[in-house]
Design a protein around this ligand. Structure first.
Ligand code: 3HC
Length: 282
């Protein structure tokens, strides 16, 4: 399908990033949030990052304005009716996602491709809530979406070749790198990254090093672009703990289980960048 209009449901850090990438690539975007205030906040966040690109000479002012002009926000799921592709980026809860996909199926055209940005839930289980699982795929972006090139295009058990092809085509037009894969716990990157980050947190206590020292070790010794504690703060401690729990539940591998230190941080509200404090202060 020749996708022109993309819906993004949930304009948090990931959804706003996905919407930004799409308007920059020339797509019309309808972003859906639960309140006008959240929709406005997301538009302002996107406007801020586009302005930074203008200030750094990476984007022309009129291109910035034209991109923002392609974004419309709404609180009403029925306004996604004209979208050729809808990307869901709401809270990582299976029941909430399944309920949303039922709603999307009701309001969207029959040929609209429905994609989930889930990081650790099953695309197949989300698709199974609908009567048309063949049009459901995973499109898993990485944080921060405007800067990270990869999108995993995840084939659920019943995804059609057409739906997968549409998602791959859109990823290409977004200027991103697609890695197609099947619906397995954590897909490709999180299957590797989540236990690795859990190992990093265990090393903090075992080797008795500070978060700053561990970050310095991995950036200077392993060439990571940012240290593991900085990365966990960026991803969100709550998001990481939730993804770890989801993978542990499915795979029963001990390295997948979130280290108690991370669970305690989550319970204390030390969520990283978004709460102002995690391993580091912001
Ligand atoms: N949205 C849009 N723009 C953003 C942004 C965001 N969320 N965050 C930063 N930017 C912009 C800012 O304008 C910033 O510039 P400013 O500070 O001057 O305003 C600019 O991007 C930074 O650009 P740089 O070219 O300077 O970026 P760096 O060279 O510092 O690289 C990085 C940043 C790409 C994030 C790099 O540090 C990196 O690759 N880190 C690793 C990130 C990673 O591993 N992500 C994956 C996490 S796992 C995941 O997402 C899976 C999920 O399921 C949990």
């Amino acid at each position: 399908m020749d996708v022109r209009r993309i819906g993004v449901v949930g304009l948090g850090a990931m959804g706003a990033g996905i919407a930004q990438v799409a308007i920059e690539a020339g797509f019309d975007v309808v972003g859906r949030e639960v309140s006008d205030e959240l929709g406005t906040a997301a538009t302002e966040r996107i406007g801020h990052f586009l302005t930074r690109k203008v200030e750094k000479g990476r984007l022309a002012q009129d291109a910035r304005d034209a991109a923002l002009g392609r974004l419309r926000t709404t609180t009403d799921v029925s306004e996604l009716v004209d979208c050729d592709l809808v990307v869901e980026a709401i809270v990582e809860e299976l029941q909430a996602k399944r309920a949303l996909f039922v709603e999307l199926e009701r309001f969207c055209r029959r040929d609209t491709v429905l994609a989930t940005n889930t990081s650790a839930l099953s695309v197949t289980e989300i698709a199974a809530a609908t009567a048309s699982p063949e049009r459901v795929v995973g499109m898993h972006f990485f944080n921060p979406a405007p800067l990270m090139p990869l999108v995993e295009v995840v084939r659920g058990e019943l995804s059609s070749d057409d739906a997968v092809a549409t998602a791959l085509d859109v990823v290409d037009r977004l200027g991103k790198v697609a890695v197609p894969c099947h619906d397995t716990p954590g897909f490709v990157v999180n299957r590797v990254l989540i236990p690795l980050l859990n190992d990093c947190v265990r090393v903090l206590d075992e080797a008795r090093v500070s978060p700053e020292a561990l970050d310095a070790a991995m950036t200077n010794g392993a060439g990571w672009p940012m240290g593991p504690c900085t990365l966990l703060d960026l991803v969100g401690i709550d998001v990481h703990v939730h993804a770890s729990e989801a993978l542990y539940e499915k795979l029963r591998e001990t390295r997948m289980a979130p280290p108690p230190r991370l669970v305690a941080m989550r319970n204390a509200g030390l969520l990283g960048r978004k709460s102002g404090r995690g391993f580091h202060g912001y």
